[in-house]
Ligand binder design. Structure first.
Ligand code: 5GP
Length: 244
């Protein structure tokens, strides 16, 4: 029998490309993805037709896979092409970045060319602040400013590196190189740390393994064209292996 759809009771949060709604059940909420696209912390704005559905469905396929491999995630169930029921958490104000190849801000910061393989994955934390442009921070900053506990930092590091191993293998089977990605974590009312937010072409660098073609938001950030086509290509590969 089909489960009844939960009812939205209030808008909890409106982000740049998603809204989060409260439900009657206070332990859950609904994430609703839009086609809005932003980059450089909101400075560049646009619209990618169909993006909300790609982000929702790719994120959910990956969250289901990670959950099946023992990663604690907020995912409960997909409600529609663009909406998903998740466990309600208090988000930590941190981004965890994991990198397998040089690109983006790492290449820029260290004056390196893009696409160099890293001998060991590089894990970084950013403090989430649009006004400060999500600055790079370390464990001392996180503990000193109380953004997370020592135990939570260690757990985020271990989980993120495990997620990297799992996603690298999963995406390899789709002909996608996982260059780098961003994760966010939240804490339930009971104190459990869960992987939350999204994992999608908006938050990862996906390069075609054979051609090196970019299949992610860098096409939008860098005005490369073919943005919608790249997102649809990622979706096509996920659907081809019946993951979405
Ligand atoms: P970088 O630090 O090189 O700009 O980004 C590293 C990785 O994290 C990339 O895959 C990028 O998409 C993701 N990332 C970092 N910060 C953000 C952010 O604020 N929003 C989104 N959507 N992705 C981010």
């Amino acid at each position: 029998m089909r489960e009844t759809a939960p009812v939205k009771t209030a808008l909890l949060y409106e982000g740049k490309a998603k809204r989060v709604y409260a439900c009657a059940d206070e332990e859950t909420c609904i994430v609703s993805y839009t086609d809005a696209a932003t980059a450089y912390n909101g400075l560049k704005k646009g619209f990618i037709p169909g993006k909300g559905a790609v982000v929702n469905r790719v994120t959910n396929a990956l969250m289901r896979y990670l959950s099946s491999e023992g990663i604690p995630t907020h995912y409960i169930r997909e409600l529609s092409d663009t909406e998903t029921l998740v466990r309600r958490v208090r988000m930590l104000p941190l981004e965890v970045i994991v990198r397998n190849y040089t690109s983006g801000s790492l290449a820029h910061r260290l004056g390196l060319e893009e696409g160099l393989p890293l001998t060991t994955p590089v894990l970084e934390f950013n403090y989430k602040s649009d006004a400060l442009d999500d600055p790079l921070v370390n464990t001392c900053h996180i503990l000193s400013f109380g953004w997370a506990s020592e135990e939570q930092v260690q757990r985020m590091k271990a989980l993120s590196l495990r997620v990297n191993t799992l996603l690298t293998g999963y995406l390899d089977r789709l002909g996608i190189r996982l260059v780098d990605f961003k994760l966010e974590y939240g804490v339930t009312g009971g104190g459990e740390l869960l992987l939350a937010d999204e994992i999608s072409p908006d938050t990862c660098r996906f390069w075609d393994i054979k051609t090196g073609e970019k299949l992610d938001k860098d096409r939008f950030r860098r005005d490369m064209g073919g943005v919608t086509e790249a997102y649809q290509e990622v979706m096509r590969r996920f659907c081809a292996q019946a993951a979405c």
